[in-house]
Design a protein around this ligand. Structure first.
Ligand SMILES: *Cc1c(COP(=O)(O)O)cnc(C)c1O
Length: 464
């Protein structure tokens, strides 16, 4: 499988090069040159596969420059630290199915991708006798999951920017208590979007990027999307084994990475297997406006109880745009240029097509609270606020004849304050989270200025 850029400006590269590149050198995002699909016979054989086996099957459709043994080893090690033997189990509650994605080391769904990505990086760097400095911006969950994905690994240093004072105390501790010498936490005086913009700018400085062998872990890395395709297929196959031909998924969405993996899964599986993808947003509704009106436009960030979805630029949107533009890189490039200049892309002429792929609703804070309360009261099940956004949207679009699978993206204890506000009860802290407050922590506070960040990286980077 070879990979191309959404902006059409690079020669196709293999999987390993695509992963090492992160962002394509023409500023676009990497995608497979052709999309694999599987027939009914093949997926029937997947029905009772354990998660790890299914992961190897799916990954091998997208990777042809690693051996099967290497893939098996990567997958085995990546999911060994999950606390549930099914890795991402499906449960039933309140008329919907819940796909629990939070059983990894940092209690949020990003572990599913980043445990794998950390191991892929380590393997590729070893093969190439190279080293790498990872740079990323986080609104909370990505950073801790990335740090836990690469902590202590040889040949990798990691620099993670988070918005100072704008992430939950637990999220902060999950990052800053990792004191391995290869981990550098940077709190910037600014917003998450500032952090993301700084990272983009540094990656676009090709000289700097090359000098310091910068790599990305943000959801722009193709390997993350790829890893996330697996649990859509896994959840679908669980219900398929019980006689369901068609399911809907509701996805609490921020940067469009998770739901884009769902879009890939939908194209991978036989037609109709995944019927609808529900794009659930909180009050930061730029993607909801895009689905419903065809206008993709920047807004201002509003703080909500689901901070990992508090964004106003969705970094993976460009991947979907590529398909919406019939794989025309030049058109995507023009769109993105227009977005940079005007903060808006008018895609209303393509609205019908978008509506065939997604439906969307924006969920208010009051609805989040009510949903958490109802599930707790009636089902004795605690939803974290991100999950509640997706569940609420799932209930809005639920069809009586089709299972609605809602993605549970974080453990409720990670966002205990919101859960307390809704239910009057504090979720029980899992031991791994409870002990964090006693640990030593390390973090640097810096201005939200690309030059300041570059200077810091230059002083602490691994050289090769
Ligand atoms: C990152 C995150 C999301 C949003 O996922 P995207 O891939 O950015 O759309 C939702 N919930 C939680 C808990 C997250 O950490």
């Amino acid at each position: 499988m070879r990979y191309i850029s959404t902006r059409g400006g690079i020669d196709p590269v293999g999987f390993s090069d695509a992963v090492m590149m992160g962002l394509a050198t023409d500023g676009g995002l990497l995608l497979p040159e052709t999309l694999p699909s599987v027939d009914q016979h093949t997926v029937s054989g997947w029905s009772n596969l354990p998660y790890q086996y299914l992961a190897v099957e799916i990954l091998s459709l997208f990777i042809d420059d690693l051996s099967r043994t290497e893939l098996e080893d990567l997958v085995e090690r990546s999911y060994a630290r999950f606390r549930h033997h099914q890795v991402t189990p499906v449960t039933r509650c309140g008329g919907v199915y819940i796909l629990e994605l939070f059983h990894g080391p940092t209690f949020a769904f990003k572990d599913v991708a980043l445990q794998l990505l950390g191991n892929i990086f380590e393997l590729l760097l070893k093969k190439r006798s190279a080293s790498m400095n990872i740079l990323g911006a986080t609104s909370g969950d990505t950073g801790s999951a990335a740090i836990h994905g690469v902590r202590g690994k040889d040949g990798i240093n990691i620099f993670i920017l988070h918005p100072d004072g704008r992430i939950s105390p637990i999220q902060k501790l999950q990052m800053t208590t990792v004191t391995d010498p290869n981990v550098f936490n940077i709190a910037i005086r600014g917003t998450f979007d500032d952090g993301q913009a700084i990272v983009k700018e540094i990656f676009n400085d090709l000289e700097f990027k090359e000098k310091y062998h910068l790599g990305a872990v943000n959801s722009i890395n193709w390997a993350r999307v790829m890893a996330q395709i697996v649990y859509y297929v896994f959840a679908w196959s669980k219900l398929h084994a019980h006689g369901c031909d068609s399911v809907d998924f509701s996805v609490p969405t921020g940067n469009f990475g998770d739901i884009f993996a769902g879009y890939m899964a939908r194209r991978l599986l036989p037609p109709g297997a995944i019927n609808r993808l529900i794009l659930a947003t909180n009050a930061n509704d730029l993607l909801c406006r895009f689905v419903n009106q065809g206008i993709y436009s920047r807004g201002t960030v509003q703080a909500t109880s689901s901070p990992s979805m508090d964004i106003q630029v969705a970094s993976n949107f460009e991947r979907y745009l590529y398909y919406l533009r019939d794989e025309n890189g030049a058109a995507v490039k023009a769109d993105m240029q227009q977005f940079d200049n005007t903060g808006q892309i008018d895609l209303s002429a393509l609205r019908q097509r978008v509506r065939e792929d997604f439906v969307s609703v924006s969920v208010s804070e009051a609805e989040v609270m009510e949903t958490i309360r109802t599930f707790h009261r009636d089902g004795d099940y605690l939803l974290d606020p991100h999950t509640a956004v997706g569940v609420r949207a799932g209930l809005t679009f639920r069809h009586e004849k089709r299972p609605m699978i809602c993605l549970a993206t974080a453990h409720p204890a990670k966002f205990g304050e919101a859960v307390h506000e809704a239910t009057g009860q504090d979720p029980e802290l899992p031991p791994a989270l409870a002990e964090l407050t006693d640990r030593e922590s390390r973090c640097e506070v810096l201005d939200a200025d690309p030059e300041v960040i570059k200077t810091y990286i230059a002083a602490h980077a691994l050289e090769s």
